[in-house]
Design a protein around this ligand. Sequence first.
Ligand SMILES: Cc1cc2nc3c(=O)[nH]c(=O)nc-3n(C[C@H](O)[C@H](O)[C@H](O)COP(=O)(O)OP(=O)(O)OC[C@H]3O[C@@H](n4cnc5c(N)ncnc54)[C@H](O)[C@@H]3O)c2cc1C
Length: 626
Amino acid sequence: MSSYRNTLDFLLHDWLHAETLTQRQRYAEHSRETFDAVLDTCERIAREKYAPFNRLIDTDEPRTVTEPDGSLRVVLPQATHEAHRAYAESGMLSAAQDHDIGGMQLPYLVEAAANSFFGMASISMGSGLLTVGNANLLMVHGTEKQKQVFALKEFSGQWSGTMCLSEPQAGSSLSDIATKAIPDGADFAQDPLGPRYRLRGNKMWISAGEHELTENIVHLVLAKIPGPDGKPVPGVKGISLFIVPKKLVNAEGELTGERNDVALAGLNHKCGWRGTTNTLLNFGEGKFPVGQAGGYDGNGAGAVGYLVGQAGEGLRCMFHMMNEARIGIGMAATMLGMAGYHAALDYAKNRPQGRPITGAGKDASQPQIRIIEHADVKRMLLAQKSYCEGSLALLLYCARLVDEQRTGTPEAADEARLLLEVLTPIAKSWPSEWCLEANSLAIQVHGGYGYTRDFPVEQYWRDQRLNMIHEGTHGVQALDLLGRKVRMEGGRGLSLLAARMNATIERAIQQPELAEHANALAQALQQVGAATKAAWATENPTEALANAVPYLQAFGHVVLAWMWLDLACRVLPDDTTAAAITPERRAGVLHATRYFFHYELTKIKPWLQVVAARDLTCATMPEAAF
Ligand SMILES: Cc1cc2nc3c(=O)[nH]c(=O)nc-3n(C[C@H](O)[C@H](O)[C@H](O)COP(=O)(O)OP(=O)(O)OC[C@H]3O[C@@H](n4cnc5c(N)ncnc54)[C@H](O)[C@@H]3O)c2cc1C
């Protein structure tokens, strides 16, 4: 069994006690054995169908060929088709769904853990994150017909899904989207698939927006329905959500043979994550008119779309998908970091270079030592371990909260919801920043070789670099945390989080080995609380939010310190239930905890200082002075 699997098992079973979920009615048919079987299957598929092709999909980027009708067809390596097929056949796309629609009713915790293998093996070959998120959204906000026709075909892997939010001129600021939707004919409201509209506009950066991995693609598109004056309603209130299938379907979900007016304008050629197509899609420009008449120009121009939920509620519905996607991105970042860490560890154990420095200097007649024996290389490995395994703990903790939200008592579910509100920006952003640093350190451990394509670590870094950008940039996540999440519901989310941290601190303080860390975490928590208050002391958002990113960094470091302290409590020898924990696991956790408290948590002071002082150095820099 791989050492990563051992780590995962430790977190899932020894720390989070995944098996206790089987006491919940929804998961009652599961057991440790069924959980292990899912993990074994995913580990095997990732090893056989994903990992061997990770370099191939990087060098053999998606390309297009022009078809006789003028459309662009995307060509992907055969390996991607086979990986997609194997993943769909494993049943993982519908793992969390009810038995009666073919699902496994698997806890989200186990689903997330199982999917982690694919992130480590080949992040951009894709394991259906967008498809599952798209279908899950429809299960919550779609009509029965929309669920039946679209979501179920996505869960089976027959069709796939996208999320189409961004436009060339509107990325972070979605209220400025320009894609328009107009009612399609007098009977538009009577369509069995939902109120039918025609959409026109350009969507930029759409992942998996065009390919032939599946028979059809279900685009979920944000667009604005014009108000009574014929103009788009300004702001997010004007945004609605539509299902726009690539190929048109009838009310039974069968393909009609007609394609929709959605055209691939081109592929984006990316720094990394090249196994997934990234597209500019033109909706409704009339390249593929639908029907003989109607649409925007009377000749069928306009992509046919079906309204999901209520008009004007599009962004609220989309948030359902975005929150899941954000946890998914955090996991992707974590596993890219983990892949680099394991590669660096392996290299460091085998590369002879240099000799120990002793009091008498270096003895050149002695054989060289392996680089893992140098303190500085150990520092780089320990940093990677503390970032990546700490992130994994956080992501699994969040996944466990999702299960609590779904199956806990009303009180516990509500607490989990609020904790997730506060933790989601951290779960997305902290791994994106610090596992990128881990990937950089993995290159450093390899020396010059790490900078070449003969080793995998440069690709991990390039793949990783995306994660601070998509699904809400780092800056946007920071604004969400300090501007909204820590203040919502009178700051109750922050109080709940502090209570959980304090419970860990109380346990840790009983252990002589951990008391110093427990005190450090208590102090750090108090500093975060004080900085939050100071930032908002003048109730002026410009001042409060000027240093939102340093706040996010400090907050994230405190959360990760908490994770490590909690793990450390779990491995201590006098914890009699921890018999299954090996001495190596214990030493690894205790050292990583010590590293995190001594080398990382100490960084938060300057970050919080500028937050608390409402320092406007950056905000007031005159543009002309740059
Ligand atoms: C590979 C890839 C895949 C993607 N996949 C999808 C997808 O499937 N679907 C989809 O809809 N989108 C997708 N995106 C788009 C992605 O979500 C956007 O790139 C992202 O939201 C940022 O938008 P932008 O690129 O327009 O940058 P901008 O919004 O122009 O941001 C540029 C910079 O300005 C900062 N900034 C912007 N506004 C503010 C503000 N108010 N305060 C402080 N700082 C600010 C940002 O933090 C950033 O640093 C993808 C992007 C990439 C690169």
